[in-house]
Design a protein around this ligand. Structure first.
Ligand code: UT7
Length: 323
């Protein structure tokens, strides 16, 4: 039987850290509101680096950690909703930047659940024997889609990239997964909209492609769906809660995680949080957290972790993983 294992992680965030106070200079907000309503203290905004640039830097960090030759990478999947172009894909740009000339490369669009969806696809390719390894990256430059006159969204999001190197193994890595979508509620969180207008018929292009969100609707969705997803993972894997070293949730709002913690009676200490430092980097939050924990020595081989995300689509996904 072939399984897939995470062997190495890596990350990159742009250098400009923006505090809540910095945001008060351009939008009607304040540090107290942002901290208490979301848990965010600062985020990083790119100044010139695009999504493929930060994704490639995160990818290089992953490969360097494992001393892996880019030419030996079989598959590159980038989860993103903020690619440099509609085409080429961000993954193809990353492939070129890394010199991973033998890899197949494509993107996955599932917003904040994207990294989990991408890992799931990589896992299936590896388990089926089609590819032996994969570089899976979550990367976003969301700042280019933020409307800095909309205080309900612009204070919440940030830019960043991180990823993992997965390889075929004869021992299980992903012990259980659960993913789902509810397209009927998709308009609660949109980004990059383009109307079907064109110059031939003399109509103007819609220029409002900003990220737009019904925060309450997404909050309700997240606090209902994420506990269900965690319960399913516990049931499918048969792993008792005590055996899980950490739950690494998508970092969108500390209050969402507090509700999940209360509903499932999982102590907050079991959740790894770094939202205060990065804000919501969508597909990148989970791998950024995972990489940070690896670098801090908080995770060892054979540890069991649970990752879980939710967001645009609307989508959700979770995995029980043995490292
Ligand atoms: O990654 C997945 C995508 N996103 C999410 O998971 C986000 C999910 N939603 C949330 O996290 C929360 O709903 C928000 C943080 C977006 C909003 O929190 P809330 O407690 O639902 O606040 P609200 O939108 O109901 O706004 C409450 C008040 C309003 O003022 P009034 O009408 O009560 O006078 C807002 O105008 O807070 C005001 N407000 C702000 N005030 C200062 C909204 N944004 C701000 C702000 N600074 N940045």
């Amino acid at each position: 039987m072939i399984y897939s294992k995470i062997l190495f992680t890596g990350a990159y965030v742009p250098e400009n850290s923006i505090s809540n106070d910095d945001l008060t200079t351009i939008v009607d907000t304040n540090d107290e509101w942002i901290r208490t309503r979301s848990g965010i203290e600062q985020r990083y905004f790119s100044k010139g680096e695009n999504t493929s640039d930060i994704a490639a830097k995160a990818g290089l960090d992953v490969l360097n950690k494992g001393n892996i030759n880019p030419k030996d990478v079989d598959l590159i999947i980038v989860a993103t909703v903020s690619g440099d172009y509609t085409t080429p894909s961000t993954a193809c740009l990353v492939q070129a930047a890394l010199g991973a000339e033998n890899a197949v490369a494509f993107d996955i669009s599932a917003a904040c659940s994207g990294f989990i969806f991408a890992m799931s696809v990589a896992d299936k390719y590896i388990r089926s024997g089609v590819y032996r390894n994969a570089l899976v990256i979550g990367a976003e430059v969301l700042s280019k889609y933020l409307d800095f006159t909309d205080r309900g969204t612009c204070v919440l999001f940030g830019d960043g990239a991180a990823g993992v190197y997965m390889e075929a193994s004869d021992t299980p890595g992903i012990l259980a997964e659960d993913m789902g979508s509810d397209g009927s509620r998709g308009l609660a969180l949109t980004c990059g909209h383009r109307k079907a207008e064109n110059g031939f018929f003399g109509t103007k292009r819609d220029e409002n492609s900003f990220l737009q969100m019904d925060g309450r609707a997404v909050f309700d969705f997240a606090t209902r769906q994420t506990p269900k997803c965690i319960r399913i993972l516990l049931e499918k894997s048969g792993i008792p809660l005590e055996k899980i070293r950490y739950v690494i949730p998508h970092q969108a709002n500390i209050r969402i995680v507090e509700v999940i913690s209360r509903k499932l009676k999982i102590p907050m200490e079991k959740f790894y949080m770094n939202l205060h430092q990065y804000g919501n980097t969508s597909s990148a939050t989970i791998p950024i957290a995972l990489n940070e924990m690896m670098e801090k020595g908080m995770l060892q081989k054979d540890d069991i972790i649970l990752i879980v995300g939710f967001g645009g689509g609307l989508t959700w996904g979770g995995m029980m993983i043995q490292l």
